[in-house]
Ligand binder design. Sequence first.
Ligand code: ADP
Ligand code: ADP
Length: 225
Amino acid sequence: EASVEVRDLCKVYPTGTEALRGINLTFPKGQFTSLLGPSGCGKTTLLKIIAGLVPATSGEVVVNGRTVTKPGPERAFVFQDFALMPWATVLRNAAFGLELRGVARSEREATAKHYIDQVGLAGFENRYPHELSGGMRQRVGLARALAVKADVLLLDEPFSAVDEQNRRKFQEDLLQLRQVENKTLIFVTHSIEEAVYLSDRIVLLSPRPGRVSDIIEPKISRERS
Ligand code: ADP
Ligand code: ADP
């Protein structure tokens, strides 16, 4: 069952830069896919078009059978720089996606709390982002994405701003998600090691303009219990 399908996707920015040329991909439900390729090959562009944050020049994105051109509740984007609100607590940040959707306070806080616990931040609800380490902030961003219960999580170089020790924790969070929540996850990386460790499939893009040059399924056994 396809969760996300990308058909004949092309992107030329208004500056004239051709970022993507004819991308066709299917992202099965419940799978982790990494987008790997040289800097500038269009990975972030592809992820943002799937998220509905950047318009495609031509082609289409189909999510759960419906063509999408804008952000929607079934997709959550986790920004590289976390994009947390510095003036708001961990709890409010994690609940913010639900606040935007008009969910009542008690309900959104209960949901946010659940995901704060899930990403290992129980007890930090009333802290502010500047009081947390980079890895912890990133996990707040993940909790916020999870709280809206999107089927599809889109992560732009999720580990780049995190030190080695916290990266491992965050990666374990993600692997656990795969098992517990059956999410479809698409993430951008330029680390082959990360791609092999975390994903069921690696989509390799060629240098700009990005095209799919290979799809690899790392055959590694992974402890997921
Ligand atoms: P990657 O994520 O693989 O590094 P990007 O998707 O960020 O690649 O960029 C692909 C190409 O499009 C690059 O040449 C980049 O400079 C260009 N690009 C990205 N965003 C914009 C933009 N907003 N306007 C113009 N060109 C852009
Ligand atoms: P980093 O190396 O990214 O700065 P830290 O070493 O600060 O990460 O974080 C490691 C652990 O230290 C966290 O998982 C958390 O348990 C604890 N920690 C980090 N920041 C705080 C804080 N502001 N208050 C309490 N504990 C913290």
